[in-house]
Structure formats: structure tokens, C-alpha cells
Design a protein around this ligand. Structure first.
Ligand code: NDP
Length: 288
């Protein structure tokens, strides 16, 4: 292996420590802690683990965590009513509805019901529009975390060629928008892309968000490329990313491991978004 390992755990610890410092200052100024409400519907095991770790991280950062666990057979109207209550609750700065929702519930209708100024997941179309047009909003946590890792690794991103593999609303598209805003030349690849290796051969930055174990191979990469592996795939061999780690690490300049790369940054960015939401709602300036 020749690539440098990008330590997402360490980067996330630093960000969480900074968020905790700023949350304490906010509490002094505002007379209350920033608050994050997390809504979990049903018993999905992975979602339950995510919600628990989000709650723990929120409290550890000196913020208020409001957990709402609803049964799987919750009616759409009741879920919407909860979102309305959270929208109106002055102690709640951020609202996150854990996806996927159980069958029968309309996730899009729920997400668009969240007040865009409390939408710390950044999934509301208003925030997608703000990101696309360069306005201040909330950026989805996973791509935001990827951007932070890239900036920490490379410094200036201006002029670099970036290939984002995947075009989902929660990772690929916002990632491409962030890299475009950072003055990269961005290619978005997806399942209909022809000759992906051709595009990757020129990429200084590769972000893989495909959902297929070991999909990106080392021989496709430009030597020295910085590779961000968003994928989380459960295999008999354990958790693996979308990049074939061994072959990629012998060509890339730097690469994120799975686990321990992008994953930890996602929750840290959620806390950061909640902190930002709290400051905006109270009209208190926030040092970057
Ligand atoms: P989606 O399934 O929504 O999107 C996958 C994307 O990959 C689609 O755009 C699809 O193209 C594209 N794709 C599929 N097959 C190919 C192919 N053969 N060649 C090129 N592109 C292809 O997934 P998500 O964006 O939600 O997640 C991607 C991965 O990231 C998953 O492994 C997920 O678990 C992980 N993830 C990790 C997070 C973290 O915190 N680390 C957070 C969120 C996700 P098309 O649009 O044409 O179908």
C-alpha cells in the first residue's frame, strides 16, 4: 500500500470537539442548549443503532437530544402531526427523520413537511435548491463530511478534476454540487455511464457512492488520486466500501478506509448543522 490513509475518525473527533466548544458558548448566549429531534418509525435494526449513536453524540456535544420512537404501523397523518409539533417547538433547532420509513409511509411528503430552517439533514427540496444556487442552507451531512476530508487532505480544490460515482439525492448530487462550488471540474457517473475507467483515468478526486462492494478497481484510478469511499456494504467478510481497497491503495495518493473514513464524519456534520441551525434561529453569529 502506498496511499496515505485518511483518518475520518480523527477528523470527526476534532469537529465534534469544536462543535461542543461552540455549543457551550451558544448555551451561555441563548440560555438554552441547541436541540436536535430524531424521529424513528419502526424497529429497523440498523436505523435503531444509527438513532442511538446520533442521540449519544448529540448529548456528548452539549446539545439537547429529543428522541421520538413511533411504532411501525404509525399513520402518515400522525407522523406529519409530529413533524408539525417539532417545527413549532422553540427548543428544537434540528429535525431528522430516520430513513428508510416503513412501507406505507410517504418519505418525501414527510421530508418536505420539515421546516427547511430545521432541516439539518439537508434533504428538503428548498435546501437542495439553496445548495444548487449558492445560497446558505443545510447541506446533506455525508457529502459535507466528504468535502471536509478532501479540503483537509488537499487544501485548495480549485481546478481539480473530480468524478462522483452515484447520483442519489442524499450523496451523489449534493457532492457534485459542493465540488462544483469548490471550483472542481466535476463529472457525475451513474449506472448508465459508458466507460467509467476512461473518466476515472483523469480524476484527481474520486468519490464513490454506489452501494456495490469493491466496485471501483485500483487499475482504473489516476496515480495519486484522492479517493473517498462512501459505500457501506455488509458482506460475509464484514463491512466493505465501494472501492476495492487493496488495489486502490496501491495507486491512490490517499484513501478513506471503510469503516473509519466517511462514516464518522456524517454524524459530526449533523451536529455541526444543528449548531448552525441554533445560531441562525437565535440570530447569534457563529465563528466558522
Ligand atoms: P443509491 O442506491 O441511492 O445510489 C447509488 C448510485 O450508484 C445511483 O446513482 C446509481 O446509478 C449508481 N450506480 C449503481 N450501479 C452503478 C454502476 N454499475 N456504475 C456506476 N454507477 C452505478 O445509494 P446512496 O447514494 O444512498 O448510497 C451509496 C452508498 O453509500 C451505499 O453503500 C450507502 O450505504 C452508502 N452511504 C454511506 C453513508 C455514510 O455515512 N458513510 C451515508 C449514505 C450512504 P443510477 O442513478 O443510474 O441508478
Amino acid at each position: 500500500m502506498t496511499a496515505e490513509l485518511i483518518d475520518g475518525k480523527k477528523a470527526a473527533e476534532r469537529l465534534r470537539a469544536r462543535v461542543a466548544e461552540l455549543a457551550a458558548l451558544f448555551a451561555e448566549d441563548a440560555g438554552r442548549k441547541p436541540g436536535l429531534a430524531v424521529v424513528l418509525v419502526g424497529e429497523d435494526a440498523a436505523s435503531s443503532v444509527y438513532v442511538r449513536s446520533k442521540g449519544k453524540a448529540t448529548v456528548a456535544a452539549g446539545m439537547e437530544s429529543f428522541e421520538h420512537r413511533l411504532p411501525a404501523d404509525t399513520a402518515q397523518a400522525d407522523l406529519i402531526a409530529l413533524v408539525d409539533r417539532l417545527n413549532a417547538d422553540p427548543a428544537v433547532d434540528g429535525i431528522l427523520v430516520q430513513l428508510p420509513l416503513p412501507g406505507g409511509l410517504d418519505a418525501q411528503a414527510v421530508l418536505t413537511r420539515i421546516d427547511p430552517d430545521k432541516d439539518v439533514d439537508g434533504f428538503h427540496p428548498v435546501n437542495a435548491g439553496r445548495l444548487a444556487t449558492g445560497l446558505n442552507g443545510f447541506v446533506p451531512c455525508t457529502p459535507y463530511g466528504c468535502l471536509m476530508l478532501l479540503k483537509a487532505q488537499l487544501g485548495e480544490l480549485s481546478g481539480l478534476n473530480a468524478v462522483v460515482i452515484g447520483r442519489s439525492n442524499i450523496v451523489g448530487k449534493p457532492m457534485a454540487a459542493l465540488l462544483t462550488a469548490a471550483d472542481c471540474t466535476v463529472t457525475i457517473a451513474h449506472s448508465r455511464t459508458r466507460n467509467l475507467p476512461h473518466h476515472l483515468a483523469h480524476a484527481d478526486i474520486v468519490v464513490a457512492a454506489v452501494g456495490r462492494a469493491g466496485f471501483v478497481r485500483g487499475e482504473w484510478l489516476k496515480p495519486g488520486a484522492v479517493v473517498i469511499d462512501v459505500g457501506i456494504n455488509r458482506t460475509p467478510a464484514g463491512l466493505v466500501g465501494d472501492v476495492e481497497f487493496e488495489s486502490a491503495a496501491s495507486v491512490a495518493g490517499a484513501i478513506t478506509p471503510v469503516p473509519g473514513g466517511v462514516g464518522p464524519m456524517t454524524i459530526a456534520c449533523l451536529l455541526r448543522n444543528t449548531l448552525v441551525a441554533a445560531h441562525r434561529r437565535e440570530g447569534i453569529a457563529l465563528d466558522p
